[in-house]
Design a protein around this ligand. Structure first.
Ligand code: NI
Length: 178
């Protein structure tokens, strides 16, 4: 996969705190949108993230890239969702660990809806409709929040769980494995 590696802005940059604008109708099917989508996926992959929203590269537009690593059944290939609408299915919340390329080096426990329904557009303008659960749903909710100027720290209800990655791996992951 080729593309241009974009600069990911970090917490404190005002781009992360703005409500992004919908991608205009006339952009669908254009090279401009296709290039931005390609570069988001390329940058996400290079930075070893599972999601990257346009505001994280200081583009105030409502689109993001994500993928879900896993085995054949659970893996979701790199996907672009444009002007997404995310609706919770049920009321069940689940705690899970998150990190963010704009908040490097940290992990925290975040409650998210266990299942969401999503409608969005693809780069060519075609409609996308999907239901996601568990980690897939978590990634979508995290990225969708970026479009509204929200980061995962804002969603944390137990700030005590916040940890640096090496300590998280050493003390949390290893404890979970026991
Ligand atoms: Ni993030």
């Amino acid at each position: 996969m080729s593309g241009e590696k974009l600069r990911v802005v970090r917490l404190g940059h005002p781009a992360l705190r703005r409500v992004a604008e919908p991608v205009p109708e006339e952009w669908f099917g254009t090279g401009r949108l296709a290039n931005l989508a390609r570069d988001l996926i390329y940058t996400m992959t290079e930075e070893e993230g599972v999601g990257l929203a346009a505001p994280q590269v200081a583009e105030p537009l409502r689109l993001f890239a994500y993928w879900v690593p896993g085995d054949d059944d659970s893996e979701v290939a790199p996907t672009i969702l444009i002007n997404p609408e995310v609706h919770p299915v049920g009321t069940e919340l689940e705690d899970g660990w998150e990190g963010c390329l704009s908040i490097p080096g940290l992990r925290g426990l975040v409650p998210r809806h266990q299942c969401v329904k999503v409608t969005a557009r693809a780069v060519d303008g075609s409609p996308i409709s999907l239901t996601a659960s568990n980690f897939h749903a978590r990634v979508i909710q995290h990225e969708h929040d970026h479009l509204d100027g929200i980061v995962y720290l804002d969603r944390m209800t137990a700030m005590r769980s916040l940890a640096f990655e090496p300590e998280w791996e050493r003390y949390v992951l290893s404890a979970d494995a026991d």
